[in-house]
Design a protein around this ligand. Structure first.
Ligand SMILES: O=C(CO)[C@H](O)[C@H](O)COP(=O)(O)O
Length: 228
């Protein structure tokens, strides 16, 4: 799959969200970080904002729920029209049931792993998912530095996906920029969340194009691509 870019509105102006969505026209997804000040030490936005955004942009919404009790809330984000709903495995009571419910509501089901959560215990769950999100910072805030120590986990995850012949997308979130995206694509990721690197740029839409181009160039020469 060619690389996809999902600009994170965590770095946008919350008072002008419709305009900020328009500013990244051409992006594959619009990444919406939902934080509850319990699972992470920050509070952002919730269902009413997702419902409004859904009506004001054609870009599909990629909801990342950094909340407790996703078993209760995640299906409501699918019902609100999110194209993809990501829950954290550390917070989910029944991740398989939850992934199936999200899919049954017509959204892509995605599961996130914090930096210290290994992928291997969840190998058998991967066929239940449309996307796996590996956090490359501790979740909670934009503008943090990319954790290089996540690269081996990204490579191991790509190998697991390929070994099982899955079409699962591998998303990264945190510290993705023109300086870091190539090594991430080379390691096997194909969906990239970028907040400050996009909304901190003079031309956010151009920043999206540039990130996609850098990732595509790195992916073209990555050995894992040729195993598909
Ligand atoms: O989930 C997040 C933080 O928990 C954000 O999506 C992420 O940090 C994006 O911001 P940046 O690209 O500036 O790191």
């Amino acid at each position: 799959m060619s690389p996809q870019i999902s600009p994170s509105i965590l770095s946008a102006d919350f008072a002008r969200l419709a305009e900020e969505a328009e500013a990244v026209r051409g992006a594959d997804w619009l990444h919406v970080d939902v934080m509850d000040n319990h699972f992470v030490p920050n509070l952002t936005l919730g269902l009413p904002v997702v419902e409004s955004l859904r009506k004001s942009t054609d870009i599909p919404i990629d909801c990342h729920l950094m909340i407790e009790d996703p078993d209760r809330w995640a299906p409501q984000y699918a019902e609100a029209g999110a194209g993809s709903v990501t829950f954290h495995v550390e917070a989910a009571a029944a991740p398989v049931r939850l992934a199936r419910e999200i899919r049954s509501l017509g959204a892509r089901a995605s599961m996130a792993l914090k930096p210290a959560t290994p992928v291997e215990p969840y190998e058998d769950l991967l066929p239940e998912l449309d996307m796996l999100l590996i956090m490359t910072v501790e979740p909670g805030f934009g503008g943090q530095s990319f954790l290089d120590i996540m690269l081996p986990k990204i490579r191991r995850t790509r190998q697991l996906i390929d070994r099982h012949g899955l079409q699962l997308w591998l998303q990264l979130d945190g510290g993705i920029s023109a300086e870091t995206i190539e090594r991430c694509a080379d390691a096997g990721a194909d969906v990239f969340v970028a907040g400050s690197a996009v909304y901190g740029a003079d031309d956010p839409a151009e920043a999206v194009r540039r990130l996609r181009e850098l990732a595509a160039t790195a992916t073209d020469s990555a050995p894992w691509v040729h195993r598909h």
